[in-house]
Design a protein around this ligand. Structure first.
Ligand SMILES: [Fe+2]
Ligand SMILES: [Fe+2]
Length: 260
């Protein structure tokens, strides 16, 4: 049964930028919950975000028929802009090559007058482990050298362990070096997925935001499927979590970022 969403998130002002972040949809998995999938589409379309951000695990095993399922699902979104990075499940079975053909570059960049986003493919073919890779460091430094914008790094894997998700594994092998680059570049937000649990850490002024899965039943304990909403205006960030099972919105951050 489809649940109607009647929650409205007002924009601060007309020039506020609204980003919606979803992750780990796994549309081809037996654990994909179609009711939540429909709810995500309805909610995103109702909010008319300036940008839809997806941090990987679109599908389950990287096969072409699964990517076709993803295309069918994704076509339901009525958004002008999107940016997507692959997850470990998308990269399986050489699926990263199909990702490049059907979805786009694995290290995409998106920028407007308010924000700059560098996407990184943190997956390794047929491994669940994460790795950013030294070859990507100069790319991150260059994109994140801008001033006066909110700087966002996005990747599938988490750089900092997330409580309640079992013993740590699969964190990018070079997480320490990447964390140091993030600090040096003054990156404001690092957004990710993979652990299927919504969580936020603040380290040295950077917010590390794990979206949680938006549509998979592979949850942690009594966890819930979720998405994140980021309203950004002149360096002010309002981050809101939506619990897609219970239709509950929770304000997570209301902060002013240093754009110098
Ligand atoms: Fe996942
Ligand atoms: Fe994953």
């Amino acid at each position: 049964m489809q649940t109607k969403i009647d929650i409205e998130i007002p924009r601060y002002r007309l020039d506020t930028m609204k980003i919606i972040h979803i992750s780990d949809l796994h549309v081809s998995s037996p654990n994909y919950q179609p009711e939540w999938g429909k709810k995500v589409v309805n909610f995103v379309n109702s909010q008319n975000p300036d940008l839809l951000v997806i941090t990987g695990d679109l599908i389950n095993e990287g096969h072409i028929h699964e990517y076709e399922m993803w295309e069918e699902y994704f076509a339901q979104f009525n958004v002008d802009n999107h940016i997507i990075v692959p997850g470990n499940h998308d990269a399986r079975n050489d699926g990263w090559k199909i990702f490049e053909e059907k979805i786009g570059p694995r290290h995409p960049v998106w920028e407007n007058e308010s924000v700059v986003i560098q996407g990184i493919d943190s997956s390794e073919p047929d491994l669940d482990d994460g790795n950013v890779g030294r070859h990507n460091y100069s790319k991150i430094r260059e994109t994140m050298s801008v001033k006066g914008k909110v700087k966002i790094l996005m990747m599938h894997h988490h750089l900092i362990p997330i409580p309640g998700t079992g013993r740590e594994r699969q964190i990018p092998a070079d997480a320490g070096d990447v964390l140091e680059i993030i600090r040096q570049c003054g990156i404001h937000m690092v957004i990710s997925g993979h652990k299927h649990k919504n969580w936020i850490w603040n380290l040295e002024g950077t917010y590390f935001i794990s979206c949680g899965t938006s549509t998979s039943r592979r949850l942690k304990g009594n966890g819930y499927p979720s998405l994140m909403i980021y309203d950004i205006e002149n360096g002010k960030l309002l981050a809101t979590n939506m619990n897609l099972r219970d239709n509950v919105l929770t304000k997570k951050l209301n902060v002013t970022l240093n754009l110098d």
